[in-house]
Write a protein that binds this ligand. Structure first.
Ligand SMILES: C[S@@+](CC[C@H](N)C(=O)[O-])C[C@H]1O[C@@H](n2cnc3c(N)ncnc32)[C@H](O)[C@@H]1O
Length: 280
């Protein structure tokens, strides 16, 4: 039984970082006309009401998108992301926050496809409802770890696979990495983006070890730390592992991540990291 609901966390700093990276990846991939496939293994509900009881419980978006909403001047990768959030709100007030499927649908073209897996019995119908008129979008009430294997390689032979789980189960870090390896074996030229929370050094080291052991080349690691780990007992930052990153991503993140660390940082030790874990 899954208890995690993304509606409690929508628009927090982790969503901001993840969606800035997602926007940069899809903007790059849509420069070429040839079709592509976006697979979101853990799609969530597709979009969130920031006035809902869920969102208001901890008001996490206040420390995320809420801090950026009125920003006028920001580096290009951030400005492109903020433009999408403004389109989703359709007005001057920040009332809603899009999920990764909506961001994908907004950036992709008529020739592209979106394959979205969501297992939660309440979020899946919301996801389906959001995209019921969009023929490019296919929603599956399936386990994204298992089901995504059957989606690869995509017919388009170009694809982005986002793996963005809730990490609520024991051993989920291992499952994430085993899935990445299995998907990469089926489709080695795909771009993969894996999100993870930064809770302690041990778990990040585990991800690194798995990447080192796997026969996967060209792995970029991005991290953003926001809160003071001595004071903050839980997540104090988040990271992404990007396999086969576009050549533009590193330079874009050199602009975006320091800016985000400064705009969203809750302590003096907020920071970022951009590290090539495995060479091309
Ligand atoms: C972090 S949220 C996804 C957020 C979304 N990717 C976004 O950026 O807007 C993780 C989602 O995965 C769902 N989930 C958990 N385990 C799953 C599984 N094995 N397969 C598919 N979905 C799963 C949860 O219900 C939750 O909605």
């Amino acid at each position: 039984m899954l208890s995690y609901r993304h509606a409690f966390h929508a628009g927090n700093y982790a969503d901001v970082m993840k969606h800035v990276v997602l926007t940069a990846l899809l903007r790059y991939m849509t420069r070429k006309d040839s079709p592509l496939c976006f697979v979101d293994t853990h799609a969530g509900a597709g979009g969130y009401d920031l006035q809902s009881d869920y969102a208001l419980k901890n008001e996490e978006s206040n420390l995320g998108i809420g801090k950026l909403w009125y920003v006028k001047d920001s580096p290009e990768p951030i400005a492109a992301y903020l433009e999408l959030i403004r389109q989703f709100n359709d007005g001057d007030q920040l009332l809603r926050y899009p999920g990764s499927p909506w961001i994908g649908a907004q950036l992709l073209r008529a020739q592209d496809r979106l394959m979205l897996c969501e297992l939660h019995g309440s979020d899946y119908p919301l996801l389906q409802q959001t995209f019921k008129r969009d023929r490019r979008v296919h929603c599956f009430a399936e386990d994204g770890y298992r089901f995504s294997k059957g989606l690869l390689p995509p017919a388009e032979r170009r694809g982005l696979i986002l793996i963005d789980p809730s990490y609520e189960l024991d051993g989920e870090y291992e499952t994430v990495m085993a899935t990445l390896v299995a998907l990469h074996r089926r489709f080695s030229t795909g771009i993969y983006a894996v999100w993870y929370p930064i809770l302690d050094d041990r778990r990040t080291a585990l991800l690194r070890q798995c990447v080192d052991k796997a026969a996967i080349r060209d792995v970029l690691n991005l991290e953003l730390t926001i809160a003071d780990r001595e004071i903050h007992p839980g997540m104090y930052g988040c990271g992404m592992i990007v396999v086969n990153p576009p050549w533009t991503l590193r330079e874009e993140m050199k602009l975006a991540l320091p800016w985000l660390a400064s705009a969203l940082g809750q302590c003096n030790s907020s920071g970022f990291r951009i590290e090539q874990w495995v060479a091309e």
